[in-house]
Each structure stands twice: as C-alpha cells, then as structure tokens.
Design a binder for this molecule. Structure first.
Ligand SMILES: Cc1ncc(COP(=O)(O)O)c(C=O)c1O
Length: 402
C-alpha cells in the first residue's frame, strides 16, 4: 500500500473488521503494467477471474486496452459472468459433470462464446453426447501439458494436469473432438512450473533458488518449441484457433508469441499477493501490493505483542510457511511460530505492536490473490487515501465456485 499505517488506519476508520481492502491506485498501476507488458510482447491479456473474485474489479480489469476475454474456474462461474454481460469466457479446468455440460450447452445456444478445457476422449464423448441433437457445436479448448519431462519421463517437473504432452497427443484429441461435432476453439498450455515458481523465495536455500531458476529457464526453451509445434499441427489440420493461451503473472515477461501463444492469462499480479514477492522477474518486481486484509487487535498478551481476532486465511497448494499470510502494517511485525495465523486469533510480534491500540486494525497480505475474497462479502476500495467505494465479492453476491 502506498499508505503508511496511519494513512491506512484513517482510510478505513469506523469500518467493521475484519475487512479486505484494495488499494485502487496500486491496482490500476498494476493493471496498466500488465497491458503495457503484453502490448510490448504482442499478446493480449485474458484475466484469470479466480485470482480476483470481485465482479467490479473483474469489470475494471477487462476495460483496460489489450484485455480480451476472461479465464474462468468453472462453467457456473462463466454463466454468472455471462449474465453480467461478459463474453469470450474460457473455462480453463475440465469437467464432465452433467449439469455443467448442460449449462455450457445452454450458454452456447444463447450465442455466448464460452469454451471448456478438454484433455481426454472421455470428456469429448460426454460433451458430444450432451449437445447431439441440440443443433449447437460446443466449443472446446485443447488443454496441453507444459511440464518439463526429463530422463525419458522419469522426472516430471510441473503440475499434474493434462496427459497431452506431445503435439501428436493434442492432435488426436482435437481430431476426435472435431469428428464428434465439437468446435476446437483454441489451445491452452499453462507453464505452471515457470509462472507459479518463484525463484527468490526467502523460504528456499540458495541451492533451491538456483535449481528453480534453472527449471524456469530450461522449461521455457523446451516448451516454447513444443507449444508452437502443437499450435502449428492443429492449424495444419485445418483447425482455426481463436487463441493459444499460456502463461501467468509469474511468466508475463517470458510468455511471448515466440513461445507459441497469442494471449497470456494473468490475474494475481493485479493484487500482487505475498507469493509474488519471491520472483526475480522484472515484471513481477515492478508490481505493487494492492490487496490487504485488516484484523482487529483485541488483546495485548505481553509487551511487544498484540493479538488479532481471526485471521487464519491460509493459501491452498503444498502446505508450508509460504502459504501463511503476513502482517504488513504497521511495519516490522511477524507471526508467532507457535500459532501462525489462527482460526480464532492471530498474535503478531514486534516492537510495533506496542503502538497498535486495542480496537485498531493490523493489516496483512494474503499469500495468494483471489482466495482471500472467499472470506469476505465486500471489499473496501481505497483511492487517494480515502474510501472510493465498497463492492461485493463473489461471496457477497451469493456466488461460490470452489
Ligand atoms: C490455466 C491457468 N492459467 C494462468 C494462471 C495464472 O494465474 P495468475 O496470474 O493469477 O497466477 C493459472 C493459475 O493458476 C492457471 O491455472
């Protein structure tokens, strides 16, 4: 936050705690950095809604020049966004669920451009069966595996997503989809082991950081060629791809057209949560923290210590200290090793605790971007040090997609 502790405290004075606060000035600067960087590379940005989960902020991001379409978590989420007037919605995670497939069919019948990630013949069969006889062709996006395989597949570096690792695998599923009456709308290849791998984490040893840097660099070289060949192979079979999507906040300065993409997905960078403090990438370093949550200081168990109410907002993924939130303002506070961020209370330690009055807020940053929004119904938007508005989160609108 550009604000210091007193400024932040004054900005939300009188508001109920806990509260989540977005610094709109920082958000807008981050947004501008995304579209500028993407523009320099010659790609558009598809914002990842799961990393935002606040409809008004999704609208704001999408209004930026060079922003194109949204990447959604589920078909139900895409339907909610379509009802808000959005279109060009890529559901990036496969589903075979009957109700989701029916919803996708209904959205397509309504004329919405919604596509679903597919990486199996089972999913192709399910989608084809659901739309057969309905007079519509469902849009699918072939989701490819961008992990780095070494030693003839004995070493797998990356997430476990799609089994479609080689261009031939992608072509087989795409042709099966086309033969089954589906429309192959695009290609999705997310390089999680680059975009999601911070190479400067304070929780890693020097050797681990070096290893992560090597994985990022070797991966990008390997997958750039493979992803380009995948897209070429699909086009060579007469398929028109509306987009080739890849990347994330953590690879904005690496995922370029030379790596086979036409667009990059990103979302977390708009808030710059804690995990993105752990990157050497010039782009990521240029971003500013823009999202905070404020807990009420309610107890003073001892000098140099103040205890906040609630606060156990731990991030998903492999469990570790990097998934904990961190006290941010006033500066100089840390979590207690014994309690961490707790369900009912979160003690924070440090000399600055003595200056926090009971009843006042302590500001924290979450490790990830959108997840914290599931804890709150509304977000306080602060601009120029003052409240510019209070807007609902997905949860505040009664929406839950996780
Ligand atoms: C398919 C896909 N693309 C892109 C991203 C990057 O999102 P972010 O920029 O929020 O890290 C993710 C994050 O999990 C993802 O799953």
């Amino acid at each position: 936050m550009v604000l210091d502790y007193d400024g932040a405290r004054r900005a939300i004075a009188g508001r109920d705690l806990p509260a989540v606060v977005v610094d709109l000035d920082a958000f807008d600067r981050n947004l501008e950095r995304h579209v500028r960087r993407a523009g320099e590379s010659g790609v558009s940005v598809r914002f990842a809604t799961k990393s935002i989960r606040v409809p008004a902020l999704i609208d704001r991001a999408l209004a930026a020049p060079n922003a194109r379409g949204l990447m959604c978590f589920t078909v139900r989420e895409a339907a909610a966004l379509a009802r808000r007037g959005h279109d060009d919605l890529l559901v990036a995670y496969p589903t075979l669920e009957r109700s989701a497939v029916e919803l996708l069919t209904a959205l397509t019948e309504e004329g919405k451009t919604v596509s679903l990630a597919v990486d199996s013949r089972e999913a192709v069969a399910r989608l084809s069966a659901a739309s057969r006889g309905r007079g519509v062709s469902l849009r699918i996006v072939i989701c490819a595996d961008m992990s780095l395989r070494l030693g003839r597949g004995r070493v797998h570096l990356g997430v476990r997503r799609s089994p479609l690792h080689d261009p031939e695998d992608v072509v087989l599923v795409a042709e099966a989809a086309r033969d089954a009456g589906l429309t192959v709308h695009g290609l999705l290849g997310y390089e999680a082991q680059v975009a999601g791998l911070g190479d400067e984490s304070p929780f890693d040893s020097g050797a681990v950081r070096l290893a992560k840097r090597a994985i990022r660099s070797v991966s990008m070289t390997e997958l750039s060629d493979r992803r380009s060949r995948m897209a070429d192979a699909l086009r060579a079979r007469g398929l028109t791809l509306a987009f080739v999507n890849g990347g994330g906040t953590g690879s904005m300065d690496l995922t370029t057209p030379a790596t086979g993409v036409t667009e990059v997905s990103a979302g977390s960078g708009l808030f710059k949560p804690l995990l993105f403090d752990a990157y050497r990438s010039e782009f990521v370093r240029s971003l500013e923290p823009a999202c905070f949550f404020a807990l009420e200081a309610v107890r003073r168990p001892a000098p140099g210590m103040v205890t906040c109410l609630g606060g156990g907002y731990v991030a998903s993924g492999s469990a570790g200290p990097d998934k904990l939130p961190r006290p941010w303002l006033p500066e100089g506070l840390s979590l207690s090793g014994a309690e961490g961020a707790g369900e009912v209370q979160t003690p924070v330690l440090g000399a600055a605790a003595d200056a926090v009055a009971l009843g006042d807020p302590v500001f924290f940053r979450h490790a990830k971007a959108g997840e914290v929004m599931e804890r709150f119904r509304e977000v306080i938007l602060v601009e120029g040090g003052e409240i510019a508005g209070v807007v609902p989160t997905y949860r505040g609108e009664g929406l839950c997609f996780c």
